[in-house]
Design a protein around this ligand. Structure first.
Ligand code: ADP
Ligand code: GN1
Ligand code: MG
Length: 688
């Protein structure tokens, strides 16, 4: 059985029910005193205890509950109780608080809105899309459901039907205004008016009913006295009904809901109230005989809060026009209500979305990513790497007095407490907080930027120096094994399955001429001159975030390929991408050149950022690393072009071939400048 949990959080008591979702029936329920005013943390602890106790009694577990809904008094928006005088709360993110404790989604609504929702889904409005409720009790509560969803306005204040003014010069209301419906149609107002009239009619039956003590007068008494023919009581009750009819007609004239239902204690009067009320409403409101709003008594009495709250998750689930990315996002513990989800960034591998949410007092942004299964064969292990690396980095950053929330990525967990969501179709999704006020560049815009990115990547590598490399899973085996990349290219050349080879012959020739060169770094390693370190392996400029205001690097991102590797490759990959005068996929090769001045800036920054950690063998190989990574990346683009563009994302035909061409042009230019490249490295190595 599918079950959800409804919590009716009142000023006096907290009622909780386990609800069978299909039949909308309370299976088990209980209540405890609220003891308000009290801190939200304390109240939530009591609620968690009560929920767990009730679940235990049924042999159920919280992890199988679909969600928890909470009906609270006051103004509620996006999971936050903005103000609730009865509880003594203002701006309490109660939804977040409770969902952290329970590990399940939590939805919040104002109690009258929750009652309206209960009626709309399973009560007198079942099967209709628009409904209003008026609860006549101590005050007059109002709730609105429009097109199957609670309508609470942009700020949570909507549907305060009790504070609709029906008489501008009228009675004073507790809210400070005059003439509100509540000042006429609450049970409190009815009792007060009855007492006033009793002062004028000493022989009224109402005196007998309350044993001559007006403090004993209840809202039921005037109705009973009217039924017994009492004139004074008739005056009070008729006036009450007339005023209620005015209020209801106003609601009808604005919204034309299919149903308006009356809840609260006074609704217990049944026909004595409803019959004359309906007649008057018909007189006062617009509508046609064949299509009038039905005015009726609400179905759920004391259980309205629990039932309505327990159904709140349906609103989220039923959002028909939610995009796929939005739906995926609802599984993660993000703050606030999702307002948009849109593709984001220029990564070549994963599907990246920017998710914006609205919370009381501000907006939040998140990055949602579908991990590319074609590239990463074991996303589960990849996510383990991601989690341990980011935790480690966050420790290092905090120790150094930095801000771990901005200087490293982190994960937003799912409601199941996992680091990723695995969908039934086998896709892996992860969510990260968006690093606020950040920008990301696809091209160097200021030379200084490139230097700073070098310092940042150098520092990044140093931060990971103490990380236990052996605990890392190799997310892409042979990722920067250049001879292996060469062989893979040759396999594609040989198979030529898409018959694209003829358009790429000079490029294939270019690679073939460098077969021996491809082995250079492997030889260096074998001979002990190149250490293996924990490296990033994808150090292009757009994998670093800059501060929007200061334009300084904040955070290294794209951690999917952190594996044991060569630092010279991290250096080289940055040069390949950043020290070029054109974009990676530029079609006009005349525009593509190797910018040796940018190269120099990067060398300076990388050596400084590494803080003396680079060995002599590594420093010597930096220029080779630059050529190697550029050649390798060119070969990878070419391989993918021949194989049918299945690895790198493309937005136009021939893009991977164009990318290969720019890389090879850069290789040729670097080869010509190799001596200078070495000299530059020597110049900065001496300074360390
Ligand atoms: P890919 O592997 O496809 O390159 P990335 O992890 O690099 O995927 O993400 C793609 C882009 O999304 C980045 O270049 C960057 O613009 C943006 N991005 C990713 N994570 C964040 C984040 N946490 N905050 C801000 N922007 C991000
Ligand atoms: C890919 O993921 P992204 O776009 O940051 C690729 C790199 C390439 C780069 C070329 C996992 O980087 O290796 O150098 O494109 N990442 C992976 O722009 O293959
Ligand atoms: Mg990237």
């Amino acid at each position: 059985m599918e079950y959800c949990i409804g919590v009716d959080l009142g000023g006096t008591s907290i009622k909780v029910g386990i609800v069978d979702k299909r039949n909308v029936k309370i299976i088990n329920s209980g209540s405890i005193p609220t003891k308000a005013p009290r801190a939200a943390e304390d109240i939530s602890k009591d609620i968690v205890r009560l929920i767990n106790g009730l679940l235990d009694e049924c042999g159920y577990s919280i992890k199988d509950a679909l969600w928890i809904g909470v009906a609270t008094p006051g103004i509620v928006k996006n999971g936050t109780v903005i103000s609730a005088a009865n509880l003594g709360w203002s701006n309490v993110p109660f939804g977040m608080l409770l969902s952290r404790m329970l590990g399940r989604p939590v939805f919040l609504a104002n109690d009258a809105n929750a009652a309206a929702y209960a009626e709309a889904i399973a009560g007198v409005g079942k099967g209709r899309s628009t409904l209003a409720i008026l609860t006549l009790g101590t005050g007059v509560g109002g709730g609105l459901v429009i097109n199957g969803k609670i309508f609470d306005g942009f700020n949570g204040f909507a549907a305060e039907i009790g504070h609709m003014v029906i008489n501008a010069e009228g009675r004073a209301c507790a809210c400070g205004k005059r003439g509100c419906l509540e000042a006429y149609c609450s049970a409190t107002a009815l009792v007060k008016e009855s007492r006033r009239i009793m002062g004028l009619y000493r022989d009224s039956l109402m005196w007998q009913m309350c044993d001559g003590d007006v403090s004993k007068l209840t809202a039921k008494m005037p109705f009973d006295a009217k039924a017994a023919g009492d004139v004074a009581a008739s005056l009070v009750v008729d006036d009450f009904i007339e005023n209620l009819a005015v209020g209801i007609s106003n609601v009808i004239n604005i919204f034309q809901p299919s149903v308006i239902c009356i809840g609260g204690g006074i609704s217990g009067q049944g026909d004595a109230l409803m019959k004359p009320l309906s007649d008057r409403v018909e007189r006062l409101s617009f509508g046609l005989a064949q299509g009038r709003t039905k005015v009726t008594v609400a179905k759920f009495k004391n259980d309205a809060g629990i039932i309505g709250a327990s159904l709140l998750g349906l609103q989220e689930k039923d959002r028909k026009n939610m995009s796929f990315a939005e739906k995926i996002s609802t599984h993660f513990k993000i703050e606030g209500e999702i307002v948009s989800a849109a593709p984001y960034g220029n990564g070549h591998i994963n599907d990246t979305f920017l998710i914006k949410t609205r919370v009381n007092g501000g907006d939040r942004q998140y990055i949602l990513q579908r991990i590319n299964k074609n590239v990463f064969k074991d996303p589960e292990s990849l996510m383990k790497n991601f989690a341990v690396i980011t935790e480690y980095l966050s420790g290092v950053i905090e120790k150094a007095g930095g801000d771990a929330d901005r200087e490293t990525l982190s994960l937003v967990k799912t409601f199941d407490g996992k680091n990723y969501l695995l969908t039934p179709d086998g896709d892996f999704w992860r969510m990260m907080p968006y690093i606020t006020d950040s920008v990301c560049y696809d091209k160097v815009e200021r030379p200084e930027q490139f230097y700073e990115s070098a310092v940042a990547f150098g520092r990044f590598q140093r931060m990971l120096e103490g990380f236990p490399a052996e605990t890392l899973y190799e997310t892409i085996p042979n990722f920067h094994n250049t001879p292996d990349r060469y062989n893979k290219l040759m396999e594609e050349v040989k198979s030529n399955k898409l018959k694209r080879l003829s358009s790429a012959l000079p490029e294939v020739e270019f690679a073939k001429e460098r077969e021996e060169f491809c082995k250079t770094l492997e030889v260096e390693r074998r001979e002990g001159r190149l250490p293996i370190r924990v490296t990033h392996n994808d150090t292009k400029l757009n994998n670093i975030l800059f501060d929007k205001n200061t334009d300084k690097p904040i955070c290294v991102i794209d951690l999917d390929t952190i594996m044991p590797g060569y630092s010279v490759n991290d250096f080289g990959d940055s040069i390949r991408f950043g020290a070029s005068t054109a974009s990676e996929d530029e079609r006009n090769l005349d525009l593509v050149d190797f910018d040796i001045e940018l190269y120099e800036l990067y060398v300076k920054g990388f050596i400084e950022g590494s803080g003396g950690a680079l060995t002599e063998g590594e420093l010597k190989m930096l220029p080779i690393g630059a050529i190697m990574m550029t050649l390798e990346c060119g070969m990878r683009f070419l391989t993918d072009y021949l194989a049918g563009d299945t690895y790198f994302k493309t937005s136009r035909p021939g893009q991977n071939l164009d990318r290969a061409r720019t890389q090879f042009k850069l290789v040729a230019e670097m080869e010509k400048n190799l001596d200078k490249m070495h000299e530059i490295v020597n110049k900065y190595s001496r300074k360390v």
